[in-house]
Ligand binder design. Sequence first.
Ligand SMILES: [Zn+2]
Length: 432
Amino acid sequence: MFWTWDHSTEWALNRAGAQTLGASNYYGRRPETFIEDYTRLLQWCGKHHIDAVVVWGLLRDIHGGVESAKRLCDVAAKNGVRLLCGVGLNAYGGVYYEGNSPYSLEKHLEAHPELYGFDQAGNKMAFNFGLLGQKITHHACPSRGENQQFAADSLRWLFTQLPQIGGVQMETGDTGICRCKTCRERRTHPENEASLSWDDMALMYPIAAKAIRSVSPDALIVCETYSNPEPSPDPKKPQGFGENKAAWADECLAKFPEKVFVQWVGDSLSKPKNSVAWTDAGKVSNAPRSNIIRAHYSTYWMGQRGEIAVDWIADLAQKSTAHGMEGLSIFGEVSPFVAGAELNYLALENLGSASNPKASLEIFFRDVADPLLGGKKRGKQFLQLARTFGDGPRVADALKEIYPLCAKLPPDAARRWTWLANSLSSSVCTAG
Ligand SMILES: [Zn+2]
């Protein structure tokens, strides 16, 4: 699966306005570019066995609202790819991410201010969450029946308006939880100071899945947990984004709807971080729910956007398979013109396929990367040289190796090495 925000997705080249990082940013490209970006992306996924693409910000007035989403659902269906709408249930905008729609969470809360979430001090939960420029995020109180109804109505509307949409990836919010009296009394687990709540997930996901399935019984539903699947050793401490699952997570997971994909965060369990040992206690069961794991490779969230990450993806694929995961999700925002991103996407295809059941990096190099990079052992060489990024003397040596190679190789292979040379020289450039 590919995961994307609309504002950072840049597959149509030489068009203005893409952002390179963020969540919940403004949209800066033209409406027609939104269609072009995702058309290319979906066509590529269709050719390369990527099963689904998550789009956060799918519905915005500024890039054509429902009409644009419909066009992309058609493209996805034609290419055999499931287009999934990113949906925030208590935060992250609701179904209609931005604009003048009754299904925008922001509009809903502005019209009914009593339905907001409230912090410990009793303040309405509407605060700046902008990473690039200001963006106010609006939180709903999940305990309020009106908000549960709003989420269910919005989802039924989404699947009625877009009958070809493949499903949703939904979240309850990880930017703080409502601390009104009803929420505090409802939650049965210690969640003081928590940024996310397993109790809220267990409350909202069944309501949402029921609404979706009432219109679209076959929809693919992915439920975010914001956690890695390794149990926390602390029986009382709530965990933050990407940390071990809370001690009470399994109790809440048992209340999740059946036949959904439970989504986990893989960054700490795999290279390059490897900060958490993934033990047998972190194995997942695929009955009655499936499991998928997502990581932030090749993004500014944890490195360089577009950098090659094939060995890290292989590491996650191997560990995930051994621990019961059925799906892998990586960012798909960068065009495969960027050779690092291209190799990552092809690695996801190859390492997650039956032709490479052990997710062997050697097989990926031999069958996929080497031919694209000019021949035997070139894949490994490319990866090794890419890792000199930012290291002046080693970059200088790498460039001495790459430039003569470019002259000898056919154009497409040379283009990929040229990208690497430019990327490395930019990392140590002192011009300007
Ligand atoms: Zn509340």
